[in-house]
Design a protein around this ligand. Structure first.
Ligand code: ADP
Ligand code: MG
Length: 502
């Protein structure tokens, strides 16, 4: 074999080989497109060239088989175009990081930047307990750092856990003690009879997401504490579930999607109400649900209503959802609001006089998120101006929020303001037009109507051209999601809210 490339006769030194490999991957990427490349091929690394063979590593058996089956021939052709001596590609599963088996004979070649050995799955990695990684990556981690980690196909569709949302930081009171106890119980003994699925429901900002993340963190940590590999936990919103599913359908990778979903030990789906009316996605969720429960895996679901009140959900799914433990989070009481304020002020290390807390707990009754927001604003002000938090100061700083709670805005005012703001006709608020430039402002108006008035969803729907309450509900959740994702949009909505409140 005159042209063989190997450690004994390295006709291409590793640096050059790395370039060749980069070129091959670049071509493949161009050929298959970014999405497909990212889904299947990004995690490929070149281990070595041995004789006529290129040894290519992939992190899981599933990926290895898939890449071999779908891209094997093409990869070989690309290799041959670069180095004719290469006749075969040996696709292998990346050895475990601590495996003792000797490295392949040839020197490893620096390939993709993340050269460290890919781990099986972020949450199975024992070190995940100290350093949040993968699923549990803290929000706002910089993109390059995330890029440097070997990507798991799952990390694409699971959402990070918020490090602030743990059982320790959850304040327990009458309205939420049952839900809290259930979440704790499930975290201690996942998939025990009677608690699977755990269905948590309650209004906006009452702590559903917080409890779910807390359970997810605890389940992960319990593995480390007991010296066994942590269970793999996947958390995502139902909306994300839907998008991933639709994307998988489009890119014909539903197999991979299903496989990765069904390989988790604990699946948490937040805000299930997003699946209302999405038949395909519900169907897929139903099957995933059954497969996991049958395999003795735990499912935790949250929604804004109980299973029996969730309209637009297929009956068989509704039945399944309600057959484990159903726990609701009630609206907060004055006592709970005080306890939450005390806990939050203490964790921030800023003294807040009891009078101020009482004032807030009396005035801001809608949900914990708003209460927290008000307190944070006071603390930020105090820090900024180096002044202690006082009752007078609080009244001043929070006058907009407080006024909103005193004064009732009408739906007509909201529609008028929003229409003006987005420069659409007032009649479009109740017209059937679905063009986005009209539909989005209408959703914003519905959202504000829900936030600022005490009207029920069906009532709001009626005022927007006789729309169904599920349409309003969807609008409210959609706007809330968008506000989280898009700060410019959030500012816009906040501005409208402030204008309406004053
Ligand atoms: P939901 O998902 O029900 O809309 P979240 O879980 O996102 O509500 O809670 C909104 C905010 O309020 C979060 O910042 C959360 O930490 C906080 N929160 C809600 N309930 C509690 C509680 N009992 N103790 C401490 N913080 C809470
Ligand atoms: Mg939530």
């Amino acid at each position: 074999m005159e042209n063989a490339v190997g450690p004994s006769s390295p006709s291409s030194p590793p640096a050059q080989l790395a370039e060749v490999w980069a070129r091959i991957r670049g071509r493949l990427r161009e050929e298959v497109g970014e999405v497909e490349y990212r889904t299947w091929l990004r995690q490929m690394t070149l281990s070595a060239i041995q004789g006529e063979e290129a040894i290519v590593l992939l992190p899981t058996r599933f990926l290895r088989d898939w890449v071999r089956g779908h891209y094997g021939d093409r990869l070989r052709a690309l290799w041959q175009a670069e180095i004719p001596a290469i006749r075969r590609i040996d696709f292998r599963v990346t050895p475990e990081p601590r495996a003792t088996e000797p490295a392949p004979a040839a020197a490893p070649v620096a390939a993709d930047p993340p050269r460290q050995a890919p781990r099986p799955a972020p949450l199975r990695a024992p070190e995940a307990a100290e350093a949040p990684a993968g699923l549990a990556e803290p929000l706002g981690r910089s993109a390059p750092a995330a890029e440097a980690r070997p990507a798991d196909p799952r990390s694409d569709w699971t959402a990070p856990l918020d490090p602030r949302f743990t059982f320790d930081t959850f304040v327990v009171g009458k309205p939420n003690e049952f839900a809290y106890a259930c979440a704790r119980r499930v975290a201690e003994k996942p998939a025990s009879p009677g608690f699977n699925p755990l269905f948590l429901y309650g209004g906006v900002g009452l702590g559903k997401t917080h409890l779910m993340h807390a359970a997810a963190w605890a389940i992960r940590e319990s593995g480390a504490a007991e010296g066994r590999p942590p269970l793999s936990v996947a958390y995502m919103s139902a909306e994300k579930f839907m998008y991933r599913f639709i994307a998988a359908l489009r890119s014909q990778s539903t197999m991979e999607f299903k496989e990765s979903l069904r390989s988790v030990d604990v699946l948490l789906i937040d805000d299930l109400q997003f699946l209302i009316g999405k038949d395909n996605t519900q169907e897929e969720f139903f099957h995933t649900f059954n497969a996991l429960v049958d395999a003795g895996k735990q499912i935790i679901v949250s929604a804004d209503k109980s299973p029996s009140d969730l309209s637009g959900i297929e009956d068989r799914l509704r039945t399944r959802l309600g057959c484990g433990m159903v726990a609701d989070l009630h609206a907060t009481t004055y006592e709970l609001r005080i306890s939450i304020l005390q806990a939050k002020a203490q964790s921030q290390g800023v003294p807040v006089p009891p009078k101020v807390m009482e004032f807030l707990a009396h005035k801001i009754t809608s949900n914990v998120r708003e209460l927290e927001g008000a307190l944070n604003r006071l603390i930020a002000h105090a820090n900024l101006f180096g002044r202690p938090v006082t009752l007078e100061g609080a009244q001043e700083v929070l006058h907009d929020i407080l006024r909103a709670h005193d004064r009732r805005v009408t739906i007509e005012e909201i529609q008028k303001r929003v229409a003006e703001h987005y420069n659409i006709r007032l009649t479009d608020m109740s017209s059937p037009r679905r063009a986005r430039n009209v539909a989005r402002p209408r959703q914003v108006a519905m959202y504000l109507a829900k936030q600022l008035t005490s009207r029920s969803l069906p009532e709001i729907g009626r005022r927007f051209g006789g729309r169904d309450h599920t349409t309003v509900m969807h609008a409210v959740s959609r706007v809330a999601e968008l506000m989280q994702a898009d700060s410019a949009f959030a500012e816009d909505v906040e501005l409208l809210r402030r204008m309406l409140e004053t």
